[in-house]
Each structure stands twice: as structure tokens, then as C-alpha cells.
Design a protein around this ligand. Structure first.
Ligand code: ATP
Ligand code: MG
Length: 421
């Protein structure tokens, strides 16, 4: 039996390095540290929601809703969908619990699995994982700048370099309307890809996001979104860029960046890593001022992003910035004979109570094999206890990396602890 297509296991020792669990832990711990620095609080919502949430919140002309959702009918005949992204769920939760009554500004982050019926390939899975954040209740472009700085600083702290930060403005509803009309009039319907032809009537803006090279060629000379932006949208974008500059981030204007979801307005952005497939964005996001209201909540603005954890870990491996596997334990206890075994079992428990990570073998393997087990799993020290060590009270503590040994009073936990910690 194998795991379903497009899914994978995260293991202590995986063949694919990015599937090793210590890297996932490394990512998560880094994120938690950053959320604290930036004042984001965690939100956890259900893995599945009523299908209508995504129909309304993500938009039916998006790729997600039109072809990627894992939708099923539950035993009560209700249509449910495994969450394909989390912004809609966060807004649903925000509205349901009336968080608008609990403060003026809300900074929330989340982390967990998402589900999309994507075509599996490198960087594209059916169960994948996102870390994301939303700022709800802030209209200022400084919030856009802060959330972008937050996303990029997470990637930088992990050790990634050569990051490209693409930014654009999709303006307000009026400018998008006027631009969509112009695009519709300009684009020759019969030369577009099948998907884009459909979008011409449902949502022409989506065509800018097309990955079809023919569509992209047609767009070269098409009307430009930026020519339709009002002055307040232009100012908004400029403030975002200037603030990001003072915080040390260069932005690249990407005039065709519109992003895959229907709910964006004003700022949109994406981050890619040099050396990776340019189509594989590490993260993307933007401003979505009307979304909460659309889902029945208060009329509050929002700005956020989502980061694909698989792609970030793959970029870390590609850039050779991934940390090596940490050792399993500080100490591997090796005992010889029954008396030593029972004393070691007691020491094992006492040392763990002292906060020292320690393991031992119960199967009576030879010393040589136990030492090999200890160094294979990256234990720092081995302590060998046999009859002689019991009577003398002295044992050899062996540093498995340097091979140095040292005689210690093994029953004196204070001394042992001093050496191990
Ligand atoms: P793409 O254009 O690559 O399909 P998207 O616009 O669908 O991306 P978003 O909905 O913006 O992606 O999701 C944010 C991030 O989540 C992406 O930048 C990417 O890192 C990650 N992501 C999206 N879909 C997948 C997937 N199927 N497998 C792995 N990561 C994904
Ligand atoms: Mg997609």
C-alpha cells in the first residue's frame, strides 16, 4: 500500500531530505519565534468547511474552486470541502465569533495542511502545507508593508538568500472593471487557451495569471492594469514600496501579477527564490478589503499571505542552507550484565527527570553494536557500565564525535549532568 498520489510522509529519516521531520520542526520553530517578534497570534480552524464558504470566499472563477477542491457529501447529505486555503476559513471564524468586538486590529497566523486536486509534480502536491498570516482591521498601506516584511523575514531567518519580491497593485473595483472591459475588447478570443477563453466571460483579470505561454505572448501588448489605477491606488502602492525599502527590501514591480484568488484589491505580492522554478512561488498574498463583509462579517479591511512550506524546505535544500539532522540524544547508556542493567534503568529515569536526553538498548546487543547505534543516531556521549564500574563507582564517558574518554563517578548525577549539558 502506498500513500495517495500527491501526498507524502514526513519521517525522521526520509529519502527526500525536505520530507525529514526535523526540517519541518526547524521551520515551525522559526515561524513561532517570528510571530512573537511581530505580534501575531495563532488561529486554528477545522480541516473541512461547508463547501459554500469557498465558493463565496475564494470565488468560482478561481482555479481552486473551478477544478481543485476536494468536495464530498457527508452522511447527512451536506456538501463539505477539505480546506484548499485558509483565508476564507479565518474570515468565517472571525465573523462567527465577532472578533471585531474584541479589538480594533487583529494579527493572526496559522500553519497546517491544505488540500487541492493539483497535478502532482515538484513543488505541487494534493495535501500540502501552508503557513500564513492575516492582519484584519487596518487600512494603512503600512500594514501591507509589515505583512510583506514579516513573510520575507521568515524566509531570511531560515537562511534563504536570492529572494525576489514581486509586487503589484490591482487597484479598486472600478479600475479593475474598466481594465477588464479593455482586456476583453483587446484579446482575440480564438487565439486564447481554452481556460482563458472561459475567463474572458467569467473573470478576464484571471487571464493575466495564465501559465499558458501563448496567452502570455498575447498579453505582451495588451492594455496594462497600471494605466487604469486611480491616484489613491498608486499612492498606496508607493507607500508600501517606500516602507519596504526603509526596512531593507527591494521590490520588483510585476505588472501582470494578479494572483490566483478572486478577492484581492490594491497590493498583491509574491516571493520566489533564485534557482528555483520561477513558477514556484514560495509565498503570495495581498489585500482583500471586501472579503470579511462578503462572508457576512463586519466591513473591515484585511491583508495577508500564505507560504508553501514544501517549497520553502525545497529551496533551503537547493540553496544548501538546511540544517543538518540534530543528534537523537545526549547520552547512550550501555550496560553489561543484569546488575548493571537494572542500575542503568534507574539511572535512565533519573537522568531524564534531570532534563538530560538519554536512551539505552534493552536487547543485550554487543558493546560494539551499541556504540554503532549510538553514533549512527548522533548521540553525543556513551557511558558503559558493567560489573567493574559498579564496584569501582567509576565509568568511562566517551565522546562519540572526538572519541575522547573521561573517567567519571557515574552515580553522581550532578557531575554527570555537568558533563552532559
Ligand atoms: P500556483 O500559481 O503555484 O498554483 P497558487 O496561486 O495556487 O500558486 P496560493 O493559493 O497563492 O498559490 O498559495 C500560496 C502558496 O502555497 C503558493 O505560493 C505555494 O507556495 C503554495 N502552494 C499552492 N498550491 C500548492 C500545491 N498544490 N502544492 C504545494 N504548495 C502549494
Ligand atoms: Mg494553484
Amino acid at each position: 500500500m502506498t500513500s495517495p498520489k500527491g501526498t507524502f510522509d514526513i519521517l525522521p529519516l526520509a529519502n527526500e531530505l525536505w520530507q525529514q521531520s526535523h526540517l519541518w520542526r526547524f521551520f515551525e520553530e522559526n515561524v513561532y519565534a517570528s510571530t512573537k517578534l511581530y505580534g501575531f497570534e495563532e488561529i486554528r480552524t477545522p480541516i473541512f468547511e461547508k463547501t459554500e464558504l469557498f465558493l463565496r470566499g475564494v470565488g468560482d472563477s478561481s482555479d481552486i474552486v473551478s477544478k481543485e477542491m476536494y468536495t464530498f457529501e457527508d452522511k447527512g447529505g451536506r456538501s463539505m470541502t477539505l480546506r484548499p486555503e485558509l483565508t476564507a476559513s479565518v474570515m468565517r471564524s472571525f465573523a462567527e465569533h465577532h472578533l471585531e468586538q474584541k479589538g480594533a486590529l487583529h494579527k493572526l497566523f496559522y500553519m497546517g495542511p491544505m488540500f487541492r486536486y493539483d497535478r502532482p509534480q515538484a513543488g505541487r502536491y494534493r495535501q500540502f502545507h501552508q503557513m500564513g498570516a492575516e492582519i484584519i482591521g487596518g487600512k494603512s498601506p503600512l500594514h501591507d508593508a509589515e505583512i510583506i516584511d514579516f513573510a520575507v523575514s521568515i524566509l531570511q531567518k531560515l537562511g534563504l538568500t536570492k529572494l525576489n519580491l514581486f509586487i503589484n497593485s490591482v487597484g479598486d473595483a472600478d479600475s479593475r472593471q474598466a481594465f477588464s472591459q479593455a482586456l476583453k475588447e483587446y484579446l482575440p478570443e480564438n487565439q486564447l487557451s481554452e481556460d482563458s477563453r472561459k475567463r474572458l466571460s467569467t473573470n478576464p483579470l484571471r487571464i493575466l495569471d495564465s501559465k499558458d505561454p501563448g496567452d502570455q505572448a498575447l498579453l505582451e501588448k495588451a492594455p496594462k492594469l497600471r494605466d487604469f489605477l486611480g491616484s489613491s491606488s498608486q499612492d498606496h502602492l508607493q507607500i508600501v514600496q517606500e516602507q519596504l525599502k526603509t526596512w531593507g527590501h527591494d521590490t520588483i514591480i510585476h505588472p501582470r501579477l494578479v494572483r490566483g484568488l478572486d478577492y484581492y484589491n490594491e497590493t498583491v505580492f509574491e516571493v520566489t527564490a533564485g534557482g528555483q522554478n520561477a513558477q514556484n512561488a514560495l509565498c503570495g498574498g495581498g489585500r482583500y478589503d471586501g472579503l470579511l463583509k462578503l462572508l457576512g462579517g463586519a466591513d473591515l479591511p484585511g491583508v495577508g499571505f500564505a507560504m508553501g512550506i514544501e517549497r520553502v524546505l525545497q529551496a533551503l535544500i537547493a540553496q544548501e542552507k538546511a540544517p543538518s539532522m540534530p543528534g537523537l540524544c545526549s547520552l547512550f547508556l550501555i550496560s553489561l550484565g543484569d546488575a548493571a542493567k537494572s542500575l542503568s534503568l534507574k539511572l535512565l529515569k533519573d537522568l531524564r527527570a534531570d532534563g538530560i536526553s538519554v536512551v539505552m538498548d534493552y536487547s543485550g546487543k554487543k558493546i560494539k553494536d551499541q556504540l554503532k547505534m549510538a553514533s549512527d543516531r548522533g548521540c553525543k556521549y556513551a557511558l558503559i557500565i558493567g560489573d567493574e564500574e559498579i564496584s569501582s563507582g567509576q565509568a568511562e564517558l566517551k565522546n562519540l564525535a572526538s572519541r575522547e574518554t573521561k573517567k567519571i563517578s557515574w552515580q553522581n548525577r550532578a557531575i554527570l549532568k555537568g558533563d552532559l549539558l
